[in-house]
Write a protein that binds this ligand. Sequence first.
Ligand SMILES: C[S@@+](CC[C@H](N)C(=O)[O-])C[C@H]1O[C@@H](n2cnc3c(N)ncnc32)[C@H](O)[C@@H]1O
Length: 243
Amino acid sequence: MGDSQDDENRQTPRPPIGKKEMRLMNSRGRELLLRYWDFPLFESFLRKHGTSLRDTSVLDAGCGSGYTLELIWNRFSPAKLTAFDIVPEQVEIAKSRGTPATVFVGDITALDLPDQEFDAVFVCGVLHHCPGWRAGLAEVSRVLKAGGVLLLEEPETIQLRFERLLTGDSSVLNTGYSLRNLMKEAARNGLTALESRPLYFGLFRSYLYVKGVSRRVAEHYVARDLLRTPDASRVAQGQEAPA
Ligand SMILES: C[S@@+](CC[C@H](N)C(=O)[O-])C[C@H]1O[C@@H](n2cnc3c(N)ncnc32)[C@H](O)[C@@H]1O
């Protein structure tokens, strides 16, 4: 009896996200927050740096039930959208939304994707669920092109401590997770923060990172990228003055 219980525990890994949070994540409330709070902030970051995701290749890492896919598709008009989540049921819901995206079951800490595949990666509230968040960040950086952007949002440690009080669990805290350490890890992986703003009254934080360039050169890259977009190429050829 004891043995079969042990076998069962071994074969059934703990889900990365609790049932209550999953319900919250799949709720209309979450959709409204994403639409009117999280994504406008991301969009303002990109606009501020004069960059656009139009006709680019975008990855949504840990897409959950896929509402973020709709937002990315409709707001940013990428040419190609790819997404994954570690929970198969979430992937099924995401696929059923019908957004023109390739969606699959995957683990952010060990991605079966080529190096330097994407112009942009979105990571919305995923790494704080992964004890292997350091490996997750390294994988995200690996699949980003040099000069590509990472749009990231994760909670402050205080939010996780509060969660641990309520649910008795937030195992990521035992792995040294904090936004400070996340930023250090990002720097170690060649990611430079261009923007960072508090979200949800300071319980979370949103970031815009760029890969593979120093801060000064990062500004240079973004300017170069702007010149590559169709409208801006007319600017570059002197046919249209920049706004
Ligand atoms: C808080 S939800 C956020 C979902 C979606 N990004 C959103 O903003 O609505 C976190 C998601 O991360 C996924 N997740 C947790 N650990 C993961 C891992 N190692 N690899 C991929 N996805 C993971 C969970 O299954 C869950 O769907």
